[in-house]
Design a protein around this ligand. Structure first.
Ligand code: CMX
Length: 436
């Protein structure tokens, strides 16, 4: 066990526990935030009421994982030979421990993932039983849920597991699940869009490369996958998918139940589904333009038409960010390098120029800048994944990595059942003095 990720994690957990304990014991009554009526009625925007050390989202700067910007993460994580993007398995190590793994440490995690990647037959049967008209996110969520019978946490909990040890079988469940997600996703893709043609996984490959292999797409799709999974993995705890994962896990539901639930939250068009909506929107523009790139004025008209019909511009705006999303910028840099002449990239880039001033003039969105979803589908499309319904599944594989890391730490630090308090409209009216 010494020298393994689990060993290192157990040390980190032991070191961290007294910090949480002390805060609770000595400073439990210190006020962190106050809450306004607009926050209560407005989706709890900005209320500081969750804690995670895995990532932090600064409104002006964007996400940092364990204190590191995405560029630093990409620069410092070990990379497979010849690859431009790092091992996704190394990111899991970083999220869990706060330290960059060396080559040997990352290869241990790659080996752990490879050992656990075989998907039980009954999961394929469940996937196969879905009509091909089903949305891939519904299938993905169900496939994950189906694995719940494998949960080591459940088995040990039934046998009388001590609270301080909850994190250990949760860690095992997390690895068991994460290792299977690429194969489950690729199987769904091949069932829905490739007449069920299945490509076997290759145990000699890392997660990104094996996913590219199972999708049947050549290089640099392995790097596209690594980049995609890494930048989508975590965005602190308040977004719908992260919060759902944390909330469900707080009732001691196992990883499978929790990650399936978080996938359902991700599947909404205001959250992860926006990446498919961007492509759908762009396709409609391309059709109307007979595949010619619109002029700036023509594109402005498409954007205004969408806004005037009461719809949002997908891929723009954010609940926390107030600047261009660094996840967008990284993907834009990748696109400029690898697909500068791609017509969809040109369309998306024109949107980058046209949409922010329009949203500013429109005067509603607090953040007129593009988010991660404005660019991710463009890259997928370029490499042949044109079935945009599938894009949120790719987001889901990445996001599962961050949420699993969070749930393991939630259990390690003994965070309790989540249970905020609600009020009635009557009560709010009395509080503000407009009703007796
Ligand atoms: N197009 C048009 N209107 C927008 C907008 C956009 N891209 N972004 C925000 N607005 C509108 C909101 O709908 C809201 O209108 P109402 O007052 O009529 O309800 C108003 O501007 C204020 O919203 P906000 O405070 O700026 O943003 P929210 O925190 O309420 O919502 C988000 C954030 C992301 C849901 C919103 O910006 C949006 O709908 N964007 C488009 C969908 C999208 O790209 N989602 C993906 C986000 C990233 C991710 O989670 O994957």
């Amino acid at each position: 066990m010494r020298g393994t990720l689990k060993y290192k994690l157990s040390k980190k957990i032991k070191e961290h526990r007294p910090r949480t304990k002390r805060l609770l014991k000595e400073f439990g009554d210190v006020q962190v935030d106050s809450v306004t009526v607009s926050q209560v009625l407005g989706g709890m925007r900005g209320i500081k009421s969750l804690v995670t050390d895995i990532s932090y989202l600064d409104p002006e700067e964007g996400i940092r994982y364990r204190g590191f910007t995405l560029q630093e993460v990409i620069d410092h994580l070990p990379k497979p030979k010849g690859a431009e993007m790092p091992f996704v398995e190394g990111l899991f190590y970083l999220l869990l421990t706060g330290d960059f793994p060396n080559e040997e440490e990352v290869m241990q995690v790659v080996e752990q993932f490879n050992k656990r990647r075989i998907v039980p037959r009954y999961v394929y049967d469940v996937i196969d039983s879905f009509p091909t008209s089903s949305h891939p996110m519904a299938i993905f969520s169900t496939a994950i849920l189906t694995l719940n019978r494998e949960s080591e946490f459940n088995r040990e909990y039934q046998a009388g597991l001590k609270k301080k040890d909850y994190w250990e079988p949760t860690y095992e469940d997390a690895l068991n699940l994460l290792a299977k997600l690429p194969e489950i996703a690729a199987y769904i893709y091949n069932k829905l869009y490739r007449k069920g043609e299945k490509i076997q996984s290759n145990p000699n490959l890392d997660m990104g490369a094996d996913f590219a292999n199972m999708m049947g797409i050549d290089k640099p799709y392995d790097d596209v996958s690594r980049l995609h999974f890494i930048i989508h993995s975590d965005h602190e705890s308040g977004n719908v998918s992260a919060h759902t994962g944390h909330l469900v896990a707080s009732s001691l539901s196992d990883i499978y139940l929790s990650i399936s639930a978080m996938i359902n939250g991700l599947a909404g068009p205001l959250h992860g589904l926006a990446n498919q909506e961007v492509l759908r929107w762009l396709q409609a523009v391309m059709e109307k333009m007979d595949n010619k790139l619109p002029t700036e004025e023509e594109m402005q008209k498409f954007v205004w038409d969408t806004l005037n019909s009461g719809q949002v511009i997908p891929g723009f705006g954010h609940a926390v960010l107030r600047k261009t999303d660094p996840r967008y910028m990284l993907q834009r840099e990748f696109s400029k390098k690898h697909l500068p002449d791609d017509p969809i990239f040109k369309y998306a880039d024109l949107l980058y120029k046209v949409v922010p001033p329009i949203l500013q003039e429109h005067g509603k969105a607090k953040n007129p800048w593009p988010n991660v979803d404005a660019q991710s589908g463009v890259i997928q499309w370029h490499y042949g994944v044109t079935e945009y319904d599938f894009y949120t599944v790719l987001f889901g594989i990445g996001r599962a990595i961050g949420i699993c890391a969070n749930i393991i730490w939630d259990r390690a630090l003994g965070y309790p059942l989540e249970r905020p308090k609600s009020v009635t409209t009557d009560m709010l009216e009395k509080m503000v003095g407009i009703k007796d």
